[in-house]
Design a protein around this ligand. Sequence first.
Ligand code: CA
Length: 231
Amino acid sequence: MNKILIIEDEQAIAELEKDYLEMNGFEITVCNDGKTGQEVALNSDVDLIILDLMLPEVDGYEVCRRIREEKDVPIIMVSAKKEDLDKILGLGVGADDYMTKPFSPSELVARVKAHMTRYSRLVNAKKSNHNDILEIKGLRIDKTARRVFINGVEKQFTTKEYDLLLFLAEHPDEVFRKQDLFKEIWGMESVGDITTVTVHIKKIREKMEDDPSTPRYIETIWGVGYRFKVS
Ligand code: CA
C-alpha cells in the first residue's frame, strides 16, 4: 500500500511533491491534466490521490466527484486559494482532506501517511469481513474456514476442541460451568461426564499457551468452571 497518484498541472509543484513522497518510500505517478488523471485514477490501482483543483481539461471538483462514484481511495485536494477550500467542503465532492498552496512538504507527507494508515485499516477490515474472523489477544479464529492462529501461527484443533475454544472466545469474560459447556458443545444432557470438558481444555491449552500451567486465554475458575480472559 504505497502508490500515490499526483494530479497537478504545475510541473514544479508536482516535482516537489513527487521528490518528497519518493524519499518517504512512496511510488509516484504524475498526471498533468484532469482528464488523464481521472482515467489513471479509475483504471489503475492507486492507494491515495493528491488532486489539484485548477486543472486543464477537467477541473479538480469534477475529477474528485467522478473518482468518488467508483472508489473510496483517499483524496487530498490542493488549491492556491483558501476560498476554494470552503467551496470543496460546501460542494461535498468527497475529498478526505485539503491543503492550501504553498504547503510544507513535510506536512504533505504527514497527511499522506495519516490517510494511508486509515485507508489500509479500512481495506483490511473489509477483507476480514469476507471471512468471519474473531480476533482477541493474538488469537485469530477464522470461523468460515474453521482455522485457528496464535500470533500468526496456525494450530490444529479437533472438532470439539475447536467448538469449545470458539464458544468461550465468543463469550469473553463470561464464566461457564463445566456441565453447561458440556451441554453446549456435546449437545446432550450430561450426568457426570464433565471430565471430558477438563480434558479438552487441557488439550486446548497445550496447543495455544506458551505455558499451559499459567494460561493467558482460558482461565480456571476454581469450583465453578472456565472463562476466556480478555484483560
Ligand atoms: Ca493548477
